[in-house]
Design a protein around this ligand. Structure first.
Ligand code: ADP
Length: 541
């Protein structure tokens, strides 16, 4: 080859901030604060405050390569840290506050973070864990100056630090696009949390791709409210995707209950939102109870767990809102596939097209390759029926976990997601299970996701969880745990009768239990806990 003769401008997050300040300076950012206020400013304001924050971080001694941690909700201050820390060449370690104490401590210690920014909500956990932290030297409370409380850790105040810095220009350092920008840990449902270190290049390419019409399809007319957490895989990249596309940004802080979502969606004219299914279950229940309207809301991206078909259908038929299912993981920045229509799908007719969109995790997107392999690693046919292990690769897929000696991807770059899936000839992917959740019964497999999807459509059901437990004859059999909507009562007979027309006989759960369904730190059904709790249900042990 001969060298190309074009510029090699690095793909870094500061470029997004500079772009949005020049292109969309007056587009609004609206944030709830933990104090309960609504904070309004714009992208020019974000850029100005981020520069001051960057100066303050330098004064605190943050250098290129240093890790700075947050325990924080979806607010404008957290957003400012998203740009200031990586902009300085540092790494933002967004810690999931829903983890257990020892996991939070593990993450902070493993990342060797030196500064910890936290919201008032997390003051108790910070004070509890501070004596055991060996690397964090500086604590900063992200509150209004008047509401400051240094607590037992002698915290500095975020607003006081920013206010002390001048308004003038700031020379962002020139960065290597392959340098680390964000350090996100998986939730650690099995073993210790694992660190995934996103490079600037991965974050920028991911954000450029996610905005495309084939994916989120955002324009400068959109008002976007991320209800996926900033601490979980960078809220699916929305803090970068929105400025690239000139979208107004609405940040809900920790208020993700139905009534609070409804309030912001209608008051701010939100057109596009995203979050895990449990959030939208609460939102739909609220609309149902109050007869409220969705306002300007047009599209919602839902992922993290399988989207119940009934949820997508209700959004479309009752509220005129299009649901785009997405699949991804911390290890893929996180976007893998998005379920958007194509001409080939539309040609099948609206009902058929809806059926595909509502029951698939999404379709292939440029930048992330997918393949399905059998137990011997041989590629499975793309027939929509043959399931196998889902492997992915591409410029925003993990190569190696943080501080591990071995690659997580194989020599060709393929990373095994731990999911079982099918792929079809139109490029649509369907997850049938996580490999560890597959129910093996009499030599056959039952998809817990499919069973849950049918069960959650039963009137009165809020959450349905299906998992396998040991059985003396069949190795494993499925159990169904149901958490009903508030004030609703259901019987086992009703639920089984509802399932009957949808499933083959041997898929029928051996028992139905009515109980609260435990969720993980990232809002997924915690099957590990369920399997342990009901381990002896069918063996009588
Ligand atoms: P955690 O830390 O909880 O594992 P991740 O976001 O990394 O958080 O979880 C990724 C996993 O979530 C995927 O491997 C897959 O099993 C599941 N997942 C994500 N999106 C979907 C979806 N749309 N349908 C089914 N499962 C999904």
């Amino acid at each position: 080859m001969i060298p190309g003769l074009m510029q090699t401008t690095p793909l870094v997050t500061t470029a997004i901030l500079n772009f949005v300040e020049a292109a969309h300076p007056k587009v609004e950012i609206v944030s709830r604060t933990v104090e309960g206020r609504i904070q309004r400013y714009d992208y020019a304001g974000l850029a100005a405050r981020t520069r001051r924050l960057a100066r303050a971080l330098r004064e605190l001694g943050v250098k290129s390569g240093d890790r700075v941690a947050t325990l924080a909700w979806n607010t404008h201050r957290h957003l400012e840290l998203f740009y200031a820390v990586p902009g300085l060449g540092g790494v933002l370690n967004t810690v999931n506050p829903r983890l257990f104490d020892d996991q939070i401590l593990y993450v902070l210690e493993h990342a060797e973070s030196t500064v910890l920014f936290y919201d008032r909500t997390f003051q108790p956990v910070v004070e509890r864990l501070a004596p055991a932290m060996t690397t964090v030297k500086t604590f900063v409370l992200m509150s209004d100056a008047e509401a400051h409380d240094p607590g037992t850790v002698g915290a500095l105040n975020y607003e006081t630090l920013v206010a002390a810095q001048p308004e003038e220009a700031f020379d962002w350092p020139v960065l290597d696009e392959n340098g680390g920008a964000f350090l996100c840990y998986t939730s650690g449902t099995t073993g210790d949390p694992k660190g995934v270190l996103y490079s600037h290049r991965a974050v920028v390419l991911h954000a450029m791709a996610a905005g495309l019409a084939s994916a989120f399809g955002l324009t400068a007319f959109d008002v976007v409210m991320p209800c996926s957490s900033l601490y979980h895989a960078t809220a699916w990249g929305l803090p970068f995707i929105c400025p690239i596309n000139g979208c107004k940004l609405v940040l809900p802080a920790e208020k993700m209950d139905g009534a609070s979502l409804q309030e912001l969606i209608s008051a701010e004219g939100v057109t596009f939102s995203g979050g895990v299914p449990t959030i939208w279950t609460m939102y739909l229940a609220h609309l149902d109870q109050t007869g409220g309207s969705v306002g300007a809301l047009k599209r919602i991206i839902i992922g993290g767990s399988a989207v119940p078909r009934a949820m997508a259908e209700t959004f479309k038929r009752t509220h005129g809102v299009e649901v785009l299912q997405i699949w991804g993981m911390t290890e893929t920045c996180p976007l893998g596939v998005v379920a958007t229509p194509t001409a080939a799908l539309a040609a099948l007719g609206e009902d058929e097209a809806d059926e595909v969109i509502w029951t698939r995790q999404g379709r292939l997107q440029f930048g992330i390759e997918l393949k399905i392999v059998d137990e011997d690693g041989k590629e499975a046919p793309r027939d929509g029926a043959t399931s196998g292990s889902l492997l992915v690769r591409g410029p925003w897929t993990i190569q190696r976990y943080y501080r591990k000696d071995e690659d997580a991807a194989d020599a060709d770059g393929w990373f095994d997601t731990g999911d079982i899936a099918t792929l079809d000839h139109l490029g649509f992917m369907r997850i049938t299970d996580r490999a560890k959740d597959v129910i093996k019964t009499g030599g056959e497999w039952i998809s817990s996701i499919d069973l849950e999807n049918f069960a959650v459509a039963c009137p009165g059901v809020k959450i349905a969880a299906v998992f396998g437990v040991p059985h003396p004859k069949w190795e494993e059999r499925p159990l169904l745990v149901i958490e009903p909507h508030e004030g609703q009562t259901l019987t086992k007979e009703e639920v089984l009768a509802f399932l009957e027309p949808h499933i083959v006989k041997w898929w029928m759960p051996d028992d139905v239990i009515f109980a609260p369904v435990p969720l993980t730190a990232t809002g997924k059904i915690d099957k590990k806990v369920l399997r342990t709790t009901y381990r002896d249900r069918l063996t009588g042990g």
